[in-house]
Ligand binder design. Structure first.
Ligand code: FES
Length: 186
């Protein structure tokens, strides 16, 4: 592979591109609107397509209606392929959690390995989803859906939530939904 000239190399910081891991995962799992962004690298001017998500805001449930460890099923970001999700109040602070206790989270329920159905596999004792009926992957819902065990190698897509008053809205997805190459085209 041809090496770049020394002056052509630039770190993300040097090029003014500072994207957090969380934002990177969010954007990598989504794409819909495109716009042109100019990246100024010493000696080189490059035009890149930036992909910006435009997720719908969808009312899922009322905070006061949630019951501890009882999942609420919904579809997001649409009713298409593999859009089944659950909303959960776990009674334990979780990554990405909303509400006073930061314990309300939502996840897609299709296994990232080969699409096994995870609906109905919530384990309230360990706050996990799984085991997947296909190859036994289990995901930790307190830590952004990371894999606890099994065959998968990508975390479970987490639905981003917003709370307004007593209402809980889905506003995005962090991670790519199984079977899609774009979360917004189901
Ligand atoms: S499809 Fe779920 S572990 Fe393989």
């Amino acid at each position: 592979m041809e090496n770049l000239p020394r002056e052509g190399k630039a770190t993300a910081k040097q090029s003014g591109c500072t994207l957090s891991r969380r934002k990177f995962l969010f954007y990598s799992g989504t794409a819909i609107t495109t716009s042109t962004v100019m990246l100024q690298i010493p000696g080189v001017l490059q035009a890149k397509e930036a992909r910006i998500a435009t997720y719908p805001h969808k009312l899922i449930a009322k905070m006061t209606d949630l019951k501890l460890d009882q999942p609420v099923a919904f579809n997001y970001p649409d009713d298409g392929l593999n859009s089944t999700c659950i909303l959960l109040k776990m009674g334990q602070k979780a990554g990405g959690g909303v509400g006073k206790q930061r314990d309300v989270v939502a996840f897609n329920t299709i296994c990232t390995h080969q699409g096994g159905p995870l609906m109905g596999t919530y384990n309230a004792e360990y706050k996990t989803l799984g085991q997947c009926p296909f190859h036994l992957t289990t995901y930790d819902l307190t830590r952004y859906g990371i894999i606890v065990s099994g065959q998968a190698y990508q975390s479970l897509p987490q639905v981003l939530l917003e709370v307004k008053g007593d209402s809980i809205y889905a506003v995005g997805v962090m991670g790519l939904i199984f079977g899609r190459n774009n979360n917004l085209i189901g």
